[in-house]
Design a protein around this ligand. Structure first.
Ligand SMILES: [Fe+2]
Length: 278
């Protein structure tokens, strides 16, 4: 049995994972956001080869309504590590150092242990530590290159696309997930990138399955798939990240991916995990 569920101020949802864009009015922020029609099982075609059981957003993406937007944006900085998705913009000179290295990697001229790479990371970490609560514990994941024109972009160990998914870097248990490091991901390319994420964290999804469907999901990795199966019309949020901007998101605590639909050339991003306060 499934129930209708939508992004709505009257929906039985205790808390939404909202967006906050540093230095940006909400009237501007909403232009970054689109919603899918829901989710569906992935089907492989051509070079888009999905893992068994993968799920993807159901197209088309559309603009959110005013009521939906009221559930999706913070009006002021929330100071949260696990309850928000943040958009920020490092200094131009820091971005340009990293973007130049990203271009080298994308063009297969990779030399990572250069002085420029070390200086770029040092500058970025210095800026983050002043701007956000940033414990010494951080892990540099470095650059990654996304193929263009893909509904979702994350490739798993099998070499196939995983679809909408949960990261698992440190903790496995549901009650530990909100404490996991979150992800700072800079768009180091020359065109926009698009984050995909549910605006519900895993605990919220787990609670909705329990309360609305009378289902108790014991395996944390089954929560997202079960939620998408029971609520196929619940939308995935698509967030535009412009070149030079970064998102901060709790990717061990929320089902997510990225899309490169509509892009004609490869994108490039730079990732650090840490304890970032949106
Ligand atoms: Fe991920």
């Amino acid at each position: 049995m499934s129930s209708a569920l939508s992004i709505d101020p009257d929906a039985p949802i205790r808390r939404y994972l909202r967006l906050f864009a540093e230095g940006e009015e909400s009237s501007v922020t909403h232009e970054r956001i689109e919603l899918s029609l829901g989710t569906k099982s992935a089907s492989s075609s051509g070079r888009l080869n999905y893992e068994e059981g993968a799920s993807v957003p159901r197209l088309p993406f559309r603009a959110p309504t005013a009521a939906e937007l009221s559930c999706m944006l913070f009006e002021s900085r929330p100071f949260s590590t696990s309850g928000a998705i943040g958009i920020c913009r490092p200094p131009v000179e820091t971005f340009e150092k990293l973007a130049a290295i990203g271009r080298s990697i994308r063009d297969r001229q990779c030399k990572l242990e250069t002085e420029a790479y070390k200086v770029g990371i040092r500058d970025l970490v210095g800026w983050l530590s002043k701007r956000y609560v940033f414990e010494d514990k951080y892990i540099v994941h470095g650059f990654s290159v996304d193929e263009p024109a893909a509904l979702t972009t994350t490739i798993g160990r099998t070499g196939r696309l995983v679809g909408l998914h949960l990261d698992t870097w440190e903790y496995h248990r549901l009650d530990e997930r909100a404490s996991a490091l979150n992800r700072f991901c800079l768009n180091a390319g020359e065109q926009a990138r698009y984050l995909l994420a549910f605006n519900l964290d895993l605990v919220e999804m787990h609670g909705l399955l329990r309360d609305l469907c009378r289902v108790c999901v014991s395996n944390v990795h089954d929560i997202g798939p079960e939620f998408m199966r029971r609520f196929p019309d619940y939308p995935v949020v698509k967030v535009k990240i412009n070149p030079g901007e970064a998102y901060i998101a709790p990717t061990d605590f929320v089902i997510h991916d990225a899309t490169s639909l509509g892009l004609e050339s490869s994108g490039c991003s730079f990732t650090i995990r840490g304890r970032f306060l949106v």
